[in-house]
Ligand binder design. Sequence first.
Ligand code: EPZ
Length: 430
Amino acid sequence: MEQYVIKGGIPLVGEVEIGGAKNAALAILAAAIMTNETVLVDNLPDVKDINVLLNAMTEIGARVERLDRHTAKINGALIGDFSVEYESIKRIRASYYLLGALLGKYKRAQVPLPGGCDIGTRPIDQHLKGFRALGAEVKIEHGFIIAEAARLRGSHIYLDVVSVGATINIMMAASMADGNTVIENAAKEPHVVDVANFLNSMGANIKGAGTDVIRIRGVESLHKTEYSIIPDQIEAGTFMFAAAVTKGDVTVKNVIPKHLEATTAKLLEIGCEIKELDDAVRVVCSKGLKSTNVKTLPYPGFPTDMQPQITVALALAKGTSMVTESIFENRFKYVDELARMGADIRVKGNTAFIDGVGRYTGAQICTPDLRAGAALVIAGLAAEGLTIIDDIHFIERGYERFEEKLQSLGAQMEKISSDRELQKFKFKVG
Ligand code: EPZ
């Protein structure tokens, strides 16, 4: 079992390059099978979730050629199987994007009910509502979602909750439906816009992505394209908070500062200095952190995927803070681990009440999910002494070469897989 071992207390300093957005890439790769021509996708993050999806696509007959770590060619012409096996995809949530992609192109799809991080109940009723509105018959049998239609026809769909996944999935299927579709109360996240731009570059006709009304005129077929994925706002935000809690000076490069506005606003509130450049953001934090309140919301609100990272910072800040999670009901599981490092946090319902403690002390802790895992690494970087983090496979689902990037900023941390390596690390850091 691999672990991270961290000797904390060193301010992170330097520059770090941010990769492509995982959650945009997952949808874009699935959508790439919607044409029979070859699609080239660049700026892919080389993380586990992407590799799981690419494998599942290969298993249904797509041809996937990895040109390098961050570039793949996809060809969906020979897909002969519209049924995705449970074993190949059970670990990732984005399996549901194959539903929208296959249904749009072949009018038939069978995909296992999605897995993914255990952060709440995560229903998919809005996805199914959308497919049904487009004329598909949808049933759930033996753990699979089965969707079929003789033809898909455009429709007017109002989403009862703002859902990134449902918005993207309906957008994909509707791109190849007969006639016009309107999605109201659509999600506005940057990756929704990125997927729409990608589909449009394949010949789809999607307008309004990035607002809460998306209009889609269905087309008969899609064609080849070459596309580069947007930078990952959550990876960027994670490094920005790592700079804040270690009292560091970090420039995150290859970002779109506009996508980071909610994160930037909160870092300013808690006492950091931020400098925005064209495609980079510099975070300098030399003083103690100040308390604040935050509530997670759909974009452009503060992202739920940054909630554990800001909590880690606020638990060190002077005074009392409140963090309210309004998207997922079970996203505070890491708080018990943080308490083992000295944090003083009480969770009541969907709100964490935090009394800043000023310092963490290193401990052996366990990662409950992807973003919480990254946040616990940040806590370890700020802590006095040694922190050992178990279950880092969660972190590797969404962060590429996380430890290498942190090392390049001066972090003393390593990925280890034996007690011998742990002893070696201890000897090295003294
Ligand atoms: C996406 O999940 C991301 N995952 C999540 O990132 C992210 O936390 C989330 O969007 C919110 O930004 C991927 O892109 C693969 P939603 P998704 O549908 O699409 C409710 C990470 O760490 N809902 O926007 O599953 C749902 O329960 C992951 O990278 C319904 O009620 O999220 C939630 O309360 C974790 N019915 C809210 O909507 C539905 O049919 C938003 O969920 C769909 C969702």
